[in-house]
Design a protein around this ligand. Structure first.
Ligand code: PMP
Length: 357
């Protein structure tokens, strides 16, 4: 055993594991526990992965200019203000490394994504959990939770695992009310699922204390390749680039992400199927006595009468080859988070919950 004590944060990684993709002895398993795209990646991204193989003896491009240009073209954002990371996890980690250290506080909401806490701890900072109001981000509580030590405030919008979101005016109120030394990080991992939502880009254009993070892991179906990005005021992006290693993204990942974001027809198709089957699943479960908040993302937080019922349903779903996510670790013991799958998956979930009930 090593005599050198690790940072406590690295112990918490268990909170964040997506779970297995199989159940022993059960056939036709569908994994609905990590909010992945049930339709898979764009065929053009798959082709880019294949084509990249011939060049993988070379180190990857270090400034990610082609991918940043593609993101800029598709979103209207300035590529200079974009930084790419190995998943948005890495951008979250860069933010904590660059802006939070021992003695600093990193705020996140009660049911906020586990990585905020893990990255804050790994940077030596103190994570501070702020209560939500009925599973919705509470701006007043966040503002009240700030101190002179607050450096970062993480808000996922839409939020995971609740699926809820707050409006641009509320986010602006939060940004404008923060103490001068604090930075607001708007995590837009699920922003693409919300029609017309810019993830906070307009707010960033007018402020110097807001950054947003985005990912290719959800709508774009590239979770296994690890590509995410951040966007913010130039001075902040410049700082994050000093924390970033030169080869943080592989050639394959860079090329696949570029192909994925340019394949707008496929992206639209995935978005439309998510909206359609999310509504269907939420209604089907509600009719079975399992309500959920209106979800703005690609999952539903299904609420059961008790923790015992949620756990029993989870166990039953597993016997039916359906892997969903328990969120007791997020202080939601009565709930299960279910990714919106394709039609077959959604129908199987509804049938299994009906049989369980
Ligand atoms: N933020 C939120 C809110 C998430 O749910 C996730 C993935 N579960 C991430 C960030 C990280 O995603 P990735 O690192 O794959 O981009």
């Amino acid at each position: 055993m090593s005599l050198i004590a690790p940072q406590p944060g690295i112990m918490d990684i268990a909170l964040y594991q997506g779970g297995a993709a199989h159940v022993d002895g059960v056939a036709n398993v569908i994994k609905l526990s990590s909010n992945e795209n049930p339709l898979g990646p764009s065929p053009k991204a798959v082709e880019a992965v294949r084509n990249s193989a011939a060049g993988i003896h070379r180190y990857p491009n270090t400034d990610h200019a082609p991918l940043r240009a593609a993101i800029g073209e598709m979103t209207g954002l300035n590529p200079e203000q974009i930084i790419c990371g190995a998943g948005s996890d890495e951008i979250i980690s860069f933010l904590c490394q660059a802006y939070a250290g021992p003695g600093d506080e990193v705020l996140h909401t009660e049911h906020g994504f586990a990585m905020y806490r893990i990255s804050a701890l790994a940077a030596g900072a103190t994570p501070v959990e702020v209560r939500e109001r009925d599973r919705i981000t509470d701006v007043d509580a966040l503002l009240a939770g700030c101190t002179e030590r607050t450096k970062l405030v993480f808000v996922a919008n839409p939020n995971n695992p609740t699926g809820t979101m707050i409006c641009a005016a509320e986010i602006a109120r939060l940004a404008d009310g923060l103490p001068q030394q604090a930075l607001l990080v708007l995590d837009g991992a699920y922003a693409e699922f919300v029609d017309g939502y810019d993830g906070g880009a307009a707010l960033i254009a007018e402020r110097d204390n807001v950054v947003m993070t985005r990912t290719f892991s959800k709508l774009y179906g590239l979770g296994g390749l690890r590509v995410g990005w951040g966007y913010g005021p130039q001075p902040i992006i410049d700082v994050l680039n000093r924390v970033r290693g030169p080869f943080n993204l592989s050639t394959t990942a860079l090329l696949a992400a570029e192909a994925a974001i340019r394949d707008t027809d496929y992206v639209e198709h995935c978005r439309a199927q998510n909206s359609r089957w999310r509504a269907w699943l939420a209604k089907a479960l509600a009719e079975l006595g399992v309500p959920s908040d209106t979800s703005c993302a690609n999952f539903i937080l299904a609420r059961f009468a008790s923790q015992t019922e949620a756990e029993a349903c989870d166990a039953y779903l597993q016997t039916q080859g359906l892997i969903v996510r328990r969120v007791a670790g997020y202080n939601l013991p009565n709930a299960l988070r279910i990714t919106v799958g394709d039609e077959i998956a959604c129908r199987r979930v509804a049938a299994a919950v009906a049989a369980f009930k």
